[in-house]
Design a protein around this ligand. Structure first.
Ligand SMILES: CC(C)(COP(=O)(O)OP(=O)(O)OC[C@H]1O[C@@H](n2cnc3c(N)ncnc32)[C@H](O)[C@@H]1OP(=O)(O)O)[C@@H](O)C(=O)NCCC(=O)NCCS
Length: 164
């Protein structure tokens, strides 16, 4: 499948909204700044982050199958978030592909040496995905609910390049 990152369009936000079906899923995906329920048309504004970029992962039919963002993190790091894959595409390696492409893009645009993210402790799928991509938990920045994770952008990039 030819799969690329591109700027999200109106129809993509409608698709993304349809993947988020309850309050818990919404909070796990987007954190407290996105209330549930929300209107798809409000998503670009609800997801807006200062100095941030949003991308959808588009398949060979130009259909959006995933979404993610990155923005400036602490101490020169780039922070990735709001990662989500269409429910019917989960478990096929698409989340890994999205993260790899997003991290490569983030590193390229931000020139950051460190990539960070936050994930709810009980989000096993996401936590496993990030660990397998080389992210480690930073205990001092984590809370009872949320893990703060970090990876060296160069190590991630090397890992990605070795698989190309
Ligand atoms: C988390 C999410 C993006 C993973 O996407 P995905 O396409 O299903 O993930 P992949 O198929 O690429 O799996 C990659 C790795 O993730 C982990 N993983 C994925 N689904 C898993 C599950 N149900 N249970 C445990 N680990 C899982 C595994 O380590 C897997 O590697 P493996 O295939 O070698 O075992 C997807 O489940 C999702 O959109 N969840 C809802 C939104 C969300 O929670 N986002 C995270 C915000 S921090």
């Amino acid at each position: 499948m030819q799969i690329t990152l591109r700027t999200p369009e109106k129809a993509d936000y409608e698709a993304i909204a349809s993947w988020v079906t309850d309050e818990k899923a919404c909070s796990r995906w987007a954190g407290p700044s996105v209330p549930f329920p929300f209107a798809a048309t409000d998503l670009p504004e609800l997801l807006a982050v200062e100095e941030g970029s949003s991308y959808c992962l588009s398949n060979s039919d130009n259909r959006c199958v995933g979404f993610g963002q990155f923005w400036a993190g602490k101490q020169g790091a780039v922070h990735i978030g709001r990662i989500i894959i269409s429910p019917e595409e989960r478990g096929k390696g698409t989340g890994r592909l999205l993260c790899e492409k997003l991290m490569a893009k983030a590193r390229q645009s931000a020139g950051a040496s460190t990539v960070t993210l936050r994930v709810y402790r009980d989000n096993t799928a996401a936590h496993s995905l990030y660990s397998s991509l080389g992210f480690s938990v930073i205990k001092s920045e984590s809370t009872d609910d949320l893990l703060f994770m970090s990876a060296m952008a160069n190590e991630v990039a090397r890992e990605i390049t070795s698989k190309l």
